[in-house]
Design a protein around this ligand. Structure first.
Ligand SMILES: [Zn+2]
Length: 181
C-alpha cells in the first residue's frame, strides 16, 4: 500500500527538486495520456501512443491485458480523477505517483449479446508512476557548478559560467501503472 501524504506536502517536495513543476498540468496530462494508452492497446495500434512510456510498461500491459481491462468490446474509458499521492527522489531521477480513478463503459449496443441488461460499467484505480526526465540535481551540465533557478526567465542558471538550462515539467515518462480493483 502506498503511503498517502497530504497532496500539498508532496507537491512542495516535488517543487523543491523541480521548481517548474505544475501539479494541475501533470494531472490533466495524465488524464489524456491514460486514454491515449488504453485506446492504442484496445485498437492494437501501439504506434498511436503519443506519450512517453517505458518499454517495460508496454510489455507489462501487453502481458496483462485483462488486468488493464483492454478489450475491443469495451466502448470507452474516462479518467474521472487524477492527483499526486507520492514523490520519491532516487539516484537517477525523481519519481511521482498519481492516483487515478478510471471508469470503463461497455454499452450493450456494441457488445455481443446486444442485451440492454449487459450494459455495464466498472471503476478501477490505477496508480501511475512517472519518472521526471529532467535531471533533478542542480549541477551545471557545462561546468558542474551549482545552478540556481531564475523565476523570471524560467530557466536554471549556472552560478559560475552563467549557462542556462530549461527544465520543463512536461518531461515526464510513465514507467509503471499499478491496478487496484
Ligand atoms: Zn556552469
Amino acid at each position: 500500500m502506498i503511503q498517502r501524504e497530504e497532496k500539498i506536502i508532496v507537491e512542495n517536495r516535488i517543487k523543491n527538486d523541480i521548481p517548474t513543476f505544475d501539479r494541475e498540468r501533470l494531472n490533466q496530462y495524465t488524464k489524456s495520456a491514460i486514454v491515449n494508452i488504453y485506446n492504442s492497446f484496445s485498437n492494437g495500434d501501439l504506434n498511436n501512443i503519443n506519450v512517453r512510456v517505458s518499454k517495460e510498461l508496454l510489455n507489462k500491459i501487453s502481458n496483462n491485458m485483462e488486468l488493464y481491462r483492454i478489450s475491443k468490446d469495451y466502448d470507452n474509458i474516462v479518467v474521472q480523477y487524477a492527483d499526486i499521492i507520492d514523490y520519491e527522489r532516487k539516484e537517477d531521477a525523481g519519481y511521482v505517483k498519481i492516483y487515478t480513478t478510471i471508469n470503463f463503459y461497455d454499452n450493450y449496443k456494441n457488445n455481443e449479446t446486444r442485451n440492454y441488461f449487459d450494459d455495464k460499467n466498472w471503476n478501477d484505480t490505477w496508480i501511475i508512476t512517472y519518472k521526471a526526465l529532467s535531471n533533478v540535481d542542480n549541477n551545471c551540465k557545462n561546468c558542474g557548478s551549482e545552478m540556481e533557478y531564475n523565476k523570471e526567465k524560467d530557466v536554471y542558471e549556472c552560478k559560475f559560467c552563467r549557462s542556462s538550462f530549461h527544465k520543463d515539467s512536461k518531461d515526464w515518462k510513465i514507467v509503471d501503472i499499478e491496478v487496484e480493483k
